[in-house]
Write a protein that binds this ligand. Structure first.
Ligand code: PMP
Length: 429
């Protein structure tokens, strides 16, 4: 008989000392039920849990691990960096190198500040947009997730979508009222909000390819319209590329779609799995930051030398052009999944962008948060657990992206496809 799993007991212990047993809500598996996996280690395309069971990983730490887990070169680099110390709280030459490297990848980021999380990047960009324009209101998308800064917890995707608590307790109504949420891919809604409140709007913030309502690509022309409308009303366009940055290609969604935002937020892939994020954009806006400008923003660990070392290594590797092969492999995989859906005439919609994908359990085409929510959550939960038990780890929630990395091989993806087919035949017998 198989040894019983250590996970339920570990989770009970965790719940005694950590709220809900986890340090970030979606990890608690509430969206899919069951006991969360406690990960011991990861390498390449795989995770191993505390029972020693191996999983082919499509969650990728929620996006950062585009080169797979623990690439040897990154570990070597970190060993080298750590000999010099772990934090100085002072300027370093490497931060200058990194800001230049970021600008080479994402030219709209003329100047960049480093921070430690995507939440911090967005919070800082939003404050800067308010400080620069002298306006208070922010427009975001229904189901867009931008971290957990107060102004962004309105109609939020990701964990907010999973738990049906789009508005968090603890966010003052007075502040939440300054955040206006509109449906994605609806130019008329965007026009309307700017027509009515344009003079009060500091910025429109969006993930150019939303990934926190599941992956939902922009309709043709939507991002161009967003650029034009914001500019016409003197508001800033902020692209939250925390997921799409360095993911869709080396220059992010703004390169793919040829639309230049005023400010960009980066995170995840940038730090290669270390706590690092960035926000940047037009020089005249960025120069409003303290101490030169009046907008305050700071961080003890900002530009942490280990995280910056990891980022320099990541960007060196990404400059060698792995995206073409990665996206080609992803396209083949997605084609094979679609063939399974069509052959069996399953009520599923596969949305993809680059190497990201979300399988929605609905026949409706998913173009915004409303249509994303037509997905059958029970079916997703069943599918998730059928895959998990067969050693494939997907994002433990419907409203998330799954990611392919360069550590995935065609063989891994063929195996995953077989698992998906078996899992789907359990969901739809
Ligand atoms: N923006 C986007 C688009 C994200 O997906 C996330 C996290 N999933 C964040 C911001 C927040 O980043 P972090 O979790 O590092 O604070």
């Amino acid at each position: 008989m198989a040894k019983p799993s250590a996970m339920p007991a570990l989770f009970r212990e965790a719940e005694k000392v950590i709220p809900s047993g986890v340090n970030s809500p979606v990890r608690a598996f509430r969206g899919v039920g069951g006991t969360p996996v406690f990960v011991r280690r990861a390498k390449g395309a795989f995770l191993w849990d505390e029972d020693g069971k191996r999983y082919l990983d499509f969650c990728a730490s929620w996006g950062p691990m585009i080169l797979g887990h623990a690439p040897a070169g990154l570990l070597t680099r970190l060993r080298r960096e750590i000999k010099n110390g772990t934090s100085f709280g002072a300027a370093t030459v490497k931060e200058v190198h990194l800001a230049k490297a970021i600008r080479a990848f994402v030219p709209s980021m003329e100047k960049t500040r480093l921070v430690s999380s995507g939440t911090e990047a967005v919070m800082s960009a939003v404050r800067l947009a308010r400080g620069f324009t002298g306006r208070k209101k922010i427009v975001k998308l229904d189901g867009g997730y931008h971290g957990h800064a107060d102004s962004m917890l309105v109609q939020a995707g990701s964990g907010g979508a999973t738990f049906g608590i789009p508005d968090s307790a603890g966010v003052p109504e007075e502040l939440a009222r300054l955040t206006i949420s509109i449906p994605f891919n609806d130019v008329e809604a965007l026009e309307k909000v700017f027509r009515e409140q344009g003079k009060e709007i500091a910025a429109f913030i969006l993930e150019p390819v939303p990934a926190n309502m599941g992956v939902v690509p922009p309709a043709a022309g939507y991002l161009e319209e967003a650029r034009e409308i914001t500019a016409r009303h003197g508001a800033l366009l902020i692209f939250d590329e925390v997921i799409t940055g360095f993911r869709l290609n080396a220059g992010g969604a703004q390169k793919v779609y040829g639309v230049k935002p005023d400010l960009t937020c980066l995170g995840k892939i940038l730090g290669g799995g270390l706590p690092l994020a960035a926000f940047g954009g037009r020089e005249e806006i960025m120069d409003k930051l303290a101490p030169q400008g009046p907008v305050y923003q700071a961080g003890t660990l900002s530009g942490n030398p280990l995280a910056v070392g990891a980022a320099l290594w990541m960007l060196e590797r990404l400059s060698t052009g792995p995206h073409k092969k990665l996206n080609r492999m992803a396209t083949t995989f997605f084609k094979d999944i679609r063939a399974v859906i069509e052959n069996r005439n399953l009520p599923l919609t596969l949305n993809t962008s680059g190497s990201m994908f979300t399988l929605f359990f609905t026949k409706e085409s998913v173009t915004d948060y409303r249509s994303a929510k037509t997905s059958n959550a029970k079916h997703y939960a069943r599918f998730f657990h059928e895959c998990l038990s067969r050693g494939v780890y997907l994002a433990p929630s419907q409203f998330e992206a799954n990611f392919i990395s360069t550590a995935h091989s065609y063989t891994h993806l063929e195996n995953a496809l077989e698992v998906f087919e078996e899992a789907l035949s359990q969901v739809f017998p």
